[in-house]
Design a protein around this ligand. Structure first.
Ligand code: PRP
Length: 184
């Protein structure tokens, strides 16, 4: 059985995603020309977006990665996370763009921004492929680039997972309810 058989409907096709990424990359290339920004992303969901976005950007950039794990229940209300892997590069006086696959409640991004801001970057903004604004708790995030708005449904593909699966789908879709129910 193919992975795609578990998808109820496709929200964004591979072509739509890649088109949108090219537009976002062109904007970033214009806005950050001559600043050699540092693109920072968090494993694992943003991996695919980071790979395609960075390759579509036409100015010099560097990339770096963080890995985080949640503290459990506390995370649901505060977004507090533990860094498993910190950045390799110093970000002081750098122009930093946090690259995310999805902003949902915004708690994770808010926590990461506070951590990064304490290191005095020259600027710090967010580029997210998906925005699930209906679930937002933190509404002060500096989202400078946004790919698509998504409805409040369980979306997978292109980095987004359900129990670690579906990340490698080249499109983004809504998971069939029975697949979610069967996993419970
Ligand atoms: C996802 C996504 C964001 C976060 C968004 O990561 O990559 O980091 O959730 O949710 P929030 O806005 O409600 O905080 P996830 O924890 O699923 O880990 P993953 O990247 O390994 O899939």
């Amino acid at each position: 059985m193919a992975l795609a058989d578990d998808i109820a409907r496709v929200l964004f096709t591979e072509v739509q995603i890649q088109d949108r990424i090219r537009t976002m990359a062109a904007q970033i290339s214009r806005d950050y020309a001559a600043t050699a920004p540092l693109l920072v992303s968090v494993l694992k969901g943003a991996l695919y977006f980071m790979a395609d976005l960075s390759r579509a950007i036409t100015i010099p950039i560097t990339v770096d990665f963080m890995a985080i794990t949640s503290y459990g229940d506390e995370t649901a209300s505060t977004g507090a996370v533990r860094l498993i892997k910190d950045l390799d590069e110093k970000i002081t006086e750098r122009h930093v763009l946090l690259v995310e696959d999805i902003i949902d409640t915004g708690l994770t991004a808010d926590y990461l921004l506070r951590t990064l801001r304490a290191r005095d970057p020259a600027s710090l903004n967010i580029c997210t492929l998906l925005d699930k604004a209906a679930r937002r708790i933190v509404d002060t995030l500096p989202i400078q680039y946004r790919g698509f708005e998504v409805p409040d449904e369980f979306v997978v593909g292109y980095g987004l997972d359900h129990r670690q699966l579906y990340r490698n789908l080249p499109f983004i879709g809504v998971l069939k309810p029975e697949v979610i129910a069967a996993a419970r």
